[in-house]
Design a binder for this molecule. Structure first.
Ligand SMILES: Cc1cc2nc3c(=O)[nH]c(=O)nc-3n(C[C@H](O)[C@H](O)[C@H](O)COP(=O)(O)OP(=O)(O)OC[C@H]3O[C@@H](n4cnc5c(N)ncnc54)[C@H](O)[C@@H]3O)c2cc1C
Length: 156
């Protein structure tokens, strides 16, 4: 298999890296040990997530997702005292000032699908194991597919 870059893990970092590399004409492969959507507890995004979502062409899918919208944060002290809410629009009047609370299972699956749509090759249920070292340099990754069969990836 002829790839430029191998990415271990199809979480938000891996899928965004794969999407970006694909947009730049690089052949990226993602090894993800789970099958998506897998369970992952929900998390809360921050406004600046808007920009990588926009750059990788997936913003519209997140906007259409129905994920709960988030406009502000509020902090609670160890004694239970509440701060004033901080509304993101106070900092910046821009669409990014509305962000989301995301169920990560669904969110991560959307991002990984988007990497695929842009041309990345994704192997789910494929766990990376150890590195292949040749003459002191890492030249690839060994992995196993879901049946436990060994695989080798040697990206450029
Ligand atoms: C308790 C907690 C609460 C958090 N709350 C928030 C929050 O509210 N908002 C926020 O923005 N961030 C939050 N974070 C941080 C956020 O979870 C991480 O920044 C984010 O998940 C990092 O993304 P990632 O893609 O780097 O890694 P991950 O999301 O961890 O993804 C890694 C992927 O790699 C796969 N993988 C692992 N090992 C292998 C292997 N050997 N081979 C193949 N695949 C493999 C995993 O299955 C997984 O899909 C929280 C973190 C924790 C721990």
């Amino acid at each position: 298999m002829n790839f430029d870059v191998i990415i271990i893990g199809g979480g938000p970092s891996g899928s965004t890296a794969a999407a970006t590399l694909s947009q730049k004409g690089r052949r990226a492969v993602v090894l993800e040990k789970e099958r998506f959507p897998r369970y992952h507890i929900g998390e809360s995004l921050i406004p600046f997530c808007y920009f990588p979502l926009e750059r990788t062409g997936v913003l519209g899918r997140i906007q259409a997702s129905g994920f709960p919208k988030k406009y502000a944060v509020q902090f609670v002290s160890s004694k239970g005292k509440l701060s004033q809410p901080f509304y993101f629009t106070q900092y910046r009047d821009h669409p990014s000032s509305q962000t989301w609370q995301v169920p990560r299972g669904e969110f991560d699956a959307i991002l990984l699908d988007n990497a695929r749509r842009l041309g990345a090759t994704v192997y789910e249920e494929t766990a990376a194991g150890d590195f292949i070292v040749d003459d002191g340099k890492v030249v690839g990754v060994r992995g196993t597919d879901k049946s436990g069969s060994p695989l080798e990836f040697r990206p450029r």
